[in-house]
Design a protein around this ligand. Structure first.
Ligand SMILES: Cc1cc2nc3c(=O)[nH]c(=O)nc-3n(C[C@H](O)[C@H](O)[C@H](O)COP(=O)(O)OP(=O)(O)OC[C@H]3O[C@@H](n4cnc5c(N)ncnc54)[C@H](O)[C@@H]3O)c2cc1C
Length: 472
């Protein structure tokens, strides 16, 4: 069939620019059929609610962008392999172009699709800077420590230049498409997404606008501002990157068009953390479920349901932890410094399994990413390949005083403490009764008492960590 179409099967790469699969499809000279499949059949790591909200808007933006270049997005819901095979058969597609991924579920789908499609599936790199197998040690082993990994990436001299977005996509006869609205990706009752709508503009255009604003105004201050959650000091590009509305390759090259300096260097190093996590997942498909350090299988985790619920709801009585957890609930995102604080508090002070925290983040983050989420939770818990040493237990009060010195971040997300001054807001239980009364705070009533004594929680964690180490 000379006029047989080719399919572009979009995954977490919902953009037109720097899209190797789309580029190859247009280059083939054949009519192009863009497709997205929502696969709810996988029960493990099915997309969380915040991600579904984002996906809805991102697909709407992609569909509009495709219409702008003369094309049309076909939406289908169902088992990925069965659905893509059916579309390919019905349309007589000559080839199917799609993105590769470090995600074990997506890798399995691609492997099965290669077989089901008689080898017509072409996998291209659309999500990472480099192919994971191209960054290896001199002996060919996978990297397990970030710094040598990042240095090896930098030694490659950067990724190739991004591919341009097509001006025009030759249209193919589209098969029947689902209606996006019928997928019910958005919350109905209760509508918890107001904070998300106020904070984000999903889609490729939103991603480019946020990147340009950050590079113009944020990059220079990034080294100083990035650790202070009350400042808009980081790019907030993580959900755009996760859904592939902008590629790391584009970001790398856009950043390099800006003046060299510490800000640019640090930002690139953060992008390499993302790459490192993807690389870890590629080489350790069990990363989201099991600790990389096997002695952690013996950790005496606590089954503390009330503690877990208080943590999820931002009602632990430790203000910086509660502020972070409420930022997550309200906006679908949390500042990186605070992610480390709340995660350390959960796994160390409360000794609740890191997988519980990982699962809550998975459901509530708009940037929920299998590799970055698992990699960072394992890092904080101390059981990852390149983990924080087990005795490093963040003191949430010292962290709070250092990185939110005036308490502005706490005040924003924990308004019941907004009349407490910088001296007492970080640890209200240490404040004199008069200061609390003047600020209208009654502990245990208007704001909780801490659910754990921080010194006792720390000692308990150190003992447990010491025990599993000594038996390693
Ligand atoms: C417990 C825990 C769980 C996390 N879960 C996720 C997750 O599910 N998805 C996710 O994208 N990030 C996760 N992170 C990493 C990090 O917190 C976010 O990537 C970052 O806060 C996003 O904000 P930003 O875009 O403003 O970052 P910036 O500081 O502007 O950094 C730019 C980009 O670099 C990447 N990056 C920065 N820090 C990290 C890091 N530590 N690990 C991996 N990539 C990084 C992100 O893609 C980010 O968008 C987690 C961190 C912790 C401690």
């Amino acid at each position: 069939m000379t006029n047989a179409p080719v399919i572009v099967w979009f995954r977490n790469d919902l953009r037109l620019a720097d899209h190797a699969a789309l580029h190859a499809a247009v280059d083939s000279g054949r009519p192009v059929l863009p497709v997205y499949i929502l696969d709810d059949t996988a029960d493990r790591w099915a997309m969380g609610d915040a991600s579904r909200w984002w996906l809805h808007h991102s697909l709407a933006a992609l569909a509009q962008a495709l219409t702008g270049v003369g094309s049309h997005l076909t939406l289908r819901r169902g088992d990925s392999v069965a659905t893509i095979t059916e579309i390919a058969r019905k349309t007589g597609a000559a080839e199917i172009f799609t993105g590769g991924s470090a995600d074990p579920g997506a890798r399995q789908v691609n492997q099965e699709a290669v077989k089901a499609l008689d080898g017509k599936l072409r996998q291209m790199r659309t999500t990472t800077l480099f192919h994971p197998d191209s960054v290896r040690t001199k002996t060919g082993a996978a990297y397990s420590v970030y710094t040598p990994f990042a240095n090896a990436c930098l030694a490659l001299g950067g990724p190739k230049l991004p591919l341009p977005a097509p001006d025009k996509i030759p249209t193919a006869d589209a098969p029947k498409s689902d209606r996006l609205e019928d997928w019910n990706l958005l919350p109905t009752k209760p509508d918890w997404a107001a904070g998300l709508r106020d904070t984000w503009t999903p889609g490729e255009a939103g991603a480019i606008a946020r990147t340009e604003a950050f590079l113009a105004h944020g990059l220079t201050h990034y080294p100083d501002a990035r650790d202070h959650p009350a400042d808009d000091g980081t790019s907030m590009l993580s959900p755009h990157l996760h859904f592939g509305e902008i590629s790391g390759v584009q970001l790398w090259h856009m950043a390099h068009r800006h003046q060299a300096g510490k800000g640019r260097e640090m930002f690139i190093r953060e992008l390499l953390w993302r790459e490192f996590c993807a690389n870890l997942l590629w080489n350790n498909p069990g990363l989201p479920d099991a600790p990389l350090r096997l002695e952690f299988e013996r950790m005496p985790w606590r089954n503390d349901k009330p503690g877990r619920v208080a943590w999820q709801k931002g009602r632990t009585g430790v203000p910086i932890v509660d502020a972070g957890m409420r930022q997550l609930w309200q906006t679908g995102w949390m500042h990186n410094r605070v992610r480390m604080i709340v995660a350390s508090f959960l796994v160390k002070h409360l000794m609740i399994p890191w997988q519980d925290g990982e699962a809550w983040f998975w459901d509530t983050l708009v940037d929920a990413d299998l590799a970055s989420n698992a990699g960072n939770w394992q890092w904080v818990a101390g059981c990852g390949a390149d983990a924080a040493p087990y005795f490093r237990i963040f003191n949430p009060i010292l962290q709070s005083r250092k990185f939110d010195a005036d308490g502005d971040y706490i005040r924003h997300f924990v308004p019941e403490l907004d009349r407490l001054g910088p001296r007492h807001i970080h640890a209200p239980w240490e404040a004199p009764a008069e200061a609390l009364a003047n600020a209208g705070v009654t502990l245990g009533k208007t704001y909780p008492n801490p659910i754990v004594d921080l010194a006792i929680g720390r000692a308990r964690a150190l003992e447990a960590y010491g025990q599993i180490r000594s038996r390693a």
